[in-house]
Design a protein around this ligand. Structure first.
Ligand SMILES: Cc1cc2nc3c(=O)[nH]c(=O)nc-3n(C[C@H](O)[C@H](O)[C@H](O)COP(=O)(O)OP(=O)(O)OC[C@H]3O[C@@H](n4cnc5c(N)ncnc54)[C@H](O)[C@@H]3O)c2cc1C
Length: 436
């Protein structure tokens, strides 16, 4: 694995800063670029939730840790996301059941709930100012979604003992969500949302306080496998017993065998100007987060200063979809006419890593390289757990990492040249289906 990773040309580098960057509340100790030779028990690559959680949990266990981030902490999806903290995976739990059987699927479901609890406990334990709040709506858009959500709720209750889902329609739904756009929704008492960049920075700060050395503007260009493993940047190198990769969609070819298992897709967000109390009460009066039940889904929530933070739309080639601004604005206007005239203050995008089956891809490359990637748009809680599970596995404790790693994954069909066009075709199919 001696492939140079060209970090230039990333579409994300030219996107405007997000509202999150302008509302940072967590200050880190200086994270100078890596210079010269360093040694560590564990080198972590990637300063998103996966990497920061791994660094934190490893440092708390007494390992010496160096974390290398190509840009700034939270530069990737973790600092740009919708901030929804949800149980479950990016795929239906039935997919896991088919691949690994009901018992393992139940363990994975329970770990996805643990991921949410872990997020809350990290926020609490490290006093991270990230506006964590609870309540999540999974909303039907079409009549067929109503049936699908009912089946989903019944199956989770019957087979997984999950009873946190409440059925909402009519006035009960309107108490949570003031629009006629959705015939029904499931209210998940265990789901919530937070400011994703402050959360990521909070994990990084906690990792620093536990002794981890963090270096930003330190893109890893080359990994020389072996025991120890050697990781090289333009101005330095780290030699370590173990390597943790938390680079997700932003990896850009550093480890080709991992890039082939994920598809990079851009997703887009806006933040409105702060709403008045009266306007907020006409949108999400209880402050819940929401995702709709479409395959190419839209999601939103209110920030603590009552901005509507709205996400949706997708691109697989790094180019902005046609008429993106107009499409996003029209969706908001259709859902909430009361917001007519409220300006959009921020627009940004970020990249998710999607696996073929949409289940996260955890594993090892040889004995001493661990990775977790491919959360398929559902990683804000899971990535924190992934970091902890990698720390457990490195310490030789627990089976959680191996349980996730048992999930079979395959590269996208079509090889290097055809996989994107094939995925675009498939997405067009699902977009069409979403309209029916
Ligand atoms: C717009 C958007 C909305 C989303 N909304 C939600 C949501 O509401 N709920 C949810 O659960 N999930 C959501 N997701 C997905 C979620 O954000 C991700 O699954 C999660 O943040 C992944 O975390 P990560 O640490 O693995 O990756 P990232 O946060 O992407 O971090 C990877 C880091 O690795 C660094 N890196 C890459 N290559 C190198 C290298 N060679 N050297 C050094 N550093 C490198 C990158 O710069 C980056 O900072 C969303 C994603 C996006 C983009």
């Amino acid at each position: 694995m001696e492939q140079a990773a060209d970090m230039k040309g990333s579409s994300s580098q030219v996107r405007p800063a997000s509202w999150y960057r302008d509302s940072v509340q967590v200050e880190l100790a200086p994270c100078e670029p890596l210079q010269g030779e360093q040694h560590a028990d564990v080198c972590v690559v990637g300063g998103g939730v996966t990497g920061c959680s791994a660094a934190l949990h490893l440092a708390e266990r007494g390992y010496s840790v160096v974390l290398l981030e190509a840009e700034d902490i939270g530069h990737g999806a973790s600092g740009r996301s919708g901030g929804q903290i949800l149980p479950g995976l990016g795929t239906d739990i039935a997919t896991v059941e088919q691949a690994l059987g009901p018992e393992t699927a139940r363990r994975i479901w329970e770990m996805s709930r643990e991921a949410v609890r872990l997020t809350a406990s990290l926020v609490d334990r490290h006093a991270i100012p990230c506006e964590l709040s609870w309540g999540y709506l999974h909303a039907a858009v079409k009549p067929r979604h109503v049936k699908e959500l009912e089946t989903f709720r019944d199956s989770l209750s019957r087979n997984y003992g999950y009873h946190a889902l409440e059925w909402l329609e009519g006035q009960a739904l309107r108490d949570h969500l003031v629009t006629d756009a959705y015939p029904a929704a499931l209210y998940d008492h265990e789901g919530g949302h937070l400011h994703p960049l402050n959360y990521t920075l909070g994990l990084a700060r906690a990792a620093q306080q536990a002794g981890a050395r963090l270096h930003t503007q330190s893109a890893v260009r080359r990994i020389r496998r072996g025991e120890p493993v050697r990781v090289e940047t333009d101005q330095g190198a780290v030699t370590a017993d173990t390597l943790v990769l938390g680079t997700n969609a932003y990896q850009l070819g550093l480890v080709p065998e991992l890039s082939g298992r994920i598809m990079r897709a851009a997703n887009y967000m806006v933040a409105t100007a702060p709403l008045s109390d009266a306007q907020a009460a006409q949108v999400l009066p209880r402050g819940d987060a929401l995702s709709d039940a479409n395959f190419v889904l839209d999601y939103y929530r209110l920030s603590a200063d009552r901005r509507l933070i709205y996400g949706g739309e997708v691109s697989y080639d790094g180019r902005e979809p046609p008429k993106l601004e107009a499409r996003m604005d029209a969706k908001i206007a259709r859902l909430f006419p009361v917001l007519a005239g409220v300006p959009i203050d921020y627009r940004w995008g970020g990249d998710v890593a999607i696996t073929f089956n949409r289940a996260p891809d955890f594993g090892r490359l040889g004995a001493n390289i661990f990775y977790a990637q491919g959360y398929s748009g559902h990683g804000m809680a899971l990535a924190g757990l992934a970091g902890k599970l990698m720390s457990d596995a490195i310490a030789g404790y627990g089976q959680g990492f191996e349980t996730f790693a048992a999930m079979p994954h395959r590269p996208f069909p079509g090889g290097r040249w055809l996989r994107k066009p094939l995925l675009v075709l498939a997405t067009h199919f699902y977009k069409l289906r979403d309209r029916l």
